[in-house]
Design a protein around this ligand. Structure first.
Ligand SMILES: CC(C)(COP(=O)(O)OP(=O)(O)OC[C@H]1O[C@@H](n2cnc3c(N)ncnc32)[C@H](O)[C@@H]1OP(=O)(O)O)[C@@H](O)C(=O)NCCC(=O)NCCS
Length: 143
């Protein structure tokens, strides 16, 4: 079965399509498993977060992860890196400005885009990012 590309996944979940999780194909990665979620990060509900739940580079240390997250953040996509087991990578994420999420077990990290281009107001008076309404997904028979 052909893996969809990350672009295809983002395009589909941007239209509130299922599934909201998938292994996706990205040049430079042996494996990348992502999910679209709405999450409380800090005390703010952020919509349309891209979770990176598993990542393995084809050739670690060649900058593909840094390039990917930089591109996604510049495009206004909030990121959540889930359950980071690798202590060296924890330090790397912190140095890139990621914040450790309140979480038990292996730490997870998030970073919000600095650009306000795609941001909309929320009832909390802060912001969230435009994204799919995951609380009301389409039913399977609608597809
Ligand atoms: C973690 C990983 C996905 C990052 O992708 P990448 O393209 O290598 O990352 P970049 O080159 O943009 O950034 C380099 C950072 O990756 C991490 N890294 C690089 N090579 C690594 C290796 N052989 N093993 C573990 N982590 C490594 C380091 O934190 C490094 O930053 P540092 O040198 O400042 O400590 C990739 O290194 C990898 O696949 N590592 C092995 C699998 C793994 O640990 N996955 C867990 C992710 S939660």
């Amino acid at each position: 079965m052909r893996l969809q590309t990350l672009e295809e996944f983002l395009e589909a979940t941007g239209r509130s399509c299922w599934p909201t999780n998938a292994y996706v194909k990205v040049p430079g990665f042996k494996e990348l498993y992502v999910r679209r979620t709405d999450r409380f990060l800090g005390d703010v509900l952020i919509k349309g977060v891209l979770d990176i739940a598993r990542a393995e580079a084809t050739r670690p240390g060649k900058g593909v992860f840094t390039a990917l997250v930089t591109d996604l953040l510049e495009r206004g996509i909030p990121l959540y890196i889930e359950c980071v087991q690798n202590k060296r990578f924890v330090k790397k994420l912190e140095s890139m400005g990621f914040t450790r999420a309140a979480h038990e077990g292996a730490p997870s990290f998030f970073k919000l885009p600095s650009s306000k281009m795609n941001l909309i107001g929320t009832t909390s008076g802060r912001f969230s990012v435009k994204g799919p309404n995951l609380s009301n997904p389409p039913r399977m028979e609608d597809e």
